[in-house]
Design a protein around this ligand. Structure first.
Ligand SMILES: Cc1cc2nc3c(=O)[nH]c(=O)nc-3n(C[C@H](O)[C@H](O)[C@H](O)COP(=O)(O)OP(=O)(O)OC[C@H]3O[C@@H](n4cnc5c(N)ncnc54)[C@H](O)[C@@H]3O)c2cc1C
Length: 474
């Protein structure tokens, strides 16, 4: 289904309701440190947006969606105050981390309050034996990772927006990214161990959810509970090496992409950019610009793999153009990278860089069938140079698969719809970034457990209205 209009929702609350809510929030300053209330129109516009502008369908649709008030919380007690006041006054409440989502996830469709949770920044605990952490939802991912470094631990998974995104926003709105080659996706069993959640009720409860009870909040766009802290596994820290490899022939590059994960080399990320895409990337200082016909493979590889990779790649038609430490190995005397880290050339950063040159292009997110080549070839034949390939190797259900984030010249909604159907007909799973609901953008269908969690934690249906189709259709 392709989106043409927003779901029907009640009108935003009137000025009287809003004034009563503000009075409640100001009064709450007697119980908790005063809340930062934001009412300046420009700030409300900024806090009502995310990175959905990659979609030429979502951009006009969400253009007029605005919060009526924004609130910045820095403590659990403040979150409870906001949740209670919104529940008592019947005001919609949309949660926000860093606002880097691509699906309009934190754009308020029905006005109301936007609650910025990026001020909840404590790493509360790290278990020295298991490495399991409990961290607050507003922790910025790179800062959190730096705190884990002295313990020899790292986050398992990170979006390419690792330097800006929050932990709560990643779990509620993200899917995977760097690390998905080893650890799969966020919703895979074992990647989330527990959540602390505040309910949206007149007297909000603070719940500690176990693994099973946390699962329905994972990738629910903040529609079914306010996450204030998360329990996550971590992994052993590795001084990842960034490698850029050039290939003259696409089939050779595809073979390397598909065969590398079957070796015993430790890799954290593996992406392939078709030559025209590689041409447009802002390569790091010291990395030569690619030749016009050069496809590029990007790798994050463990240091010990460097003894093997150059020869292995050369035997398959690849040549290492550039290599540098990601920066984590500085204490071992390795040079930190200059310029953009390699992680910011892959996943949706590739789309970002391409669109900075070609704003009339958009993209798709696909999981490709195995084997992937027939689909890639068929789409090339049908869509010509209006579709360019960016592939990421990932682990899906225990097997290595390819995720595709192809770049598309936008030729109107009908052509986009036709292309999406073509991808599905060829066996791809489409995580449609031109849709706003949890179900249509990623999960594929209604998950009754997500709807039941909303009933338990947000019985008035105030959290991020319009984004959980299962709630609207119940
Ligand atoms: C250039 C670029 C590259 C990207 N690369 C990746 C990638 O590699 N992998 C990936 O998965 N995504 C990627 N994304 C999407 C996005 O950056 C990530 O999903 C990111 O983790 C979102 O974090 P955030 O703090 O910005 O969340 P936000 O955008 O602020 O929020 C995302 C969703 O979570 C909800 N939410 C936020 N905080 C909470 C909370 N505490 N409790 C409950 N709900 C909450 C919001 O309501 C919203 O629905 C990319 C985006 C861009 C622009």
């Amino acid at each position: 289904m392709a989106l043409t209009s927003l779901p029907e929702l009640p009108a935003p609350v009137d000025a009287e309701h809003l004034a009563a809510l503000v009075a409640d929030l100001l009064a709450s300053g007697q119980e908790a440190p005063p809340l930062a209330l934001i009412r300046e129109p420009a700030e409300l516009v900024r806090l009502s947006r995310d990175c959905h502008d990659y979609s030429p369908l979502l951009t006009p649709l969400l253009a007029n969606c605005r919060a009526q008030l924004a609130v910045r919380a820095t403590s659990l007690e403040q979150v409870r105050c906001v949740a209670g006041a919104c529940a008592r006054r019947g005001v919609p409440l949309t949660l926000r981390g860093a606002g880097t989502g691509n699906y309009g996830q934190c754009v308020p469709l029905q006005g109301g309050v936007v609650l910025d949770l990026s001020g909840l920044q404590q790493l509360r605990a790290i278990d020295p034996d298991s490495g399991v952490i409990t961290a607050e939802a507003g922790c910025q991912l790179a800062a959190l990772d730096r705190q884990l470094a002295p313990h020899g631990r790292s986050l398992r998974l990170a979006p390419s927006t690792y330097r800006t995104a929050t932990l709560g926003g990643f779990i509620a709105g993200g899917a995977g990214g760097i690390g998905s080659l080893r650890w799969g996706f966020l919703r895979d069993t074992g990647n989330l161990l527990g959540l602390e959640v505040v309910t949206v009720e007149p007297e909000p409860r603070v719940l500690q959810l176990d693994v099973a009870a946390s699962a329905p909040l994972n990738h629910a766009y903040g529609t079914n509970g306010i996450i204030t802290a998360l329990r996550l596994p971590t992994c052993e820290r590795v001084a990842w090496q960034e490698l850029v490899v050039g290939f003259d022939h696409w089939p050779d590059a595809m073979t390397a992409l598909q065969d590398l994960p079957a070796t015993a080399l430790l890799l954290d990320a593996l992406a392939l950019l078709e030559a025209p895409v590689a041409q447009r990337m802002p390569w790091s200082g010291g990395c030569p610009a690619p030749a016009a016909s050069e496809h590029r493979l990007l790798l994050l590889a463990a240091p010990d793999s460097l003894e093997v990779l150059p020869t292995w790649l050369a035997a398959r038609g690849g040549s290492v153009r550039w290599q540098q430490s990601q920066g984590q190995g500085q204490s071992q005397g390795q040079r930190p990278s200059r310029g953009l880290p390699l992680r910011e050339l892959c996943w949706n950063h590739t789309t970002l860089h391409w669109r900075s040159h070609h704003p009339d292009w958009t993209y798709l997110q696909l999981q490709l069938p195995d084997p992937a080549t027939p689909l890639i070839d068929a789409l090339r034949r049908r869509w010509g140079d209006g579709l360019l390939w960016h592939l990421e190797a990932v682990r899906q259900g225990g097997a290595v698969r390819l995720a595709g984030l192809p770049l598309l010249r936008f030729q109107g909604p009908e052509a986009l719809r036709e292309l999406i159907q073509h991808c599905r007909d060829l066996g791809a799973l489409v995580f449609d970034p031109h849709e706003i609901s949890v179900e249509d953008g990623g999960l594929g269908g209604i998950d009754p457990a997500q709807v039941a969690a909303k009933q338990r934690h947000d019985p008035g249906g105030l959290l991020n209205p319009g984004k959980l189709r299962g709630w609207l259709e119940r």
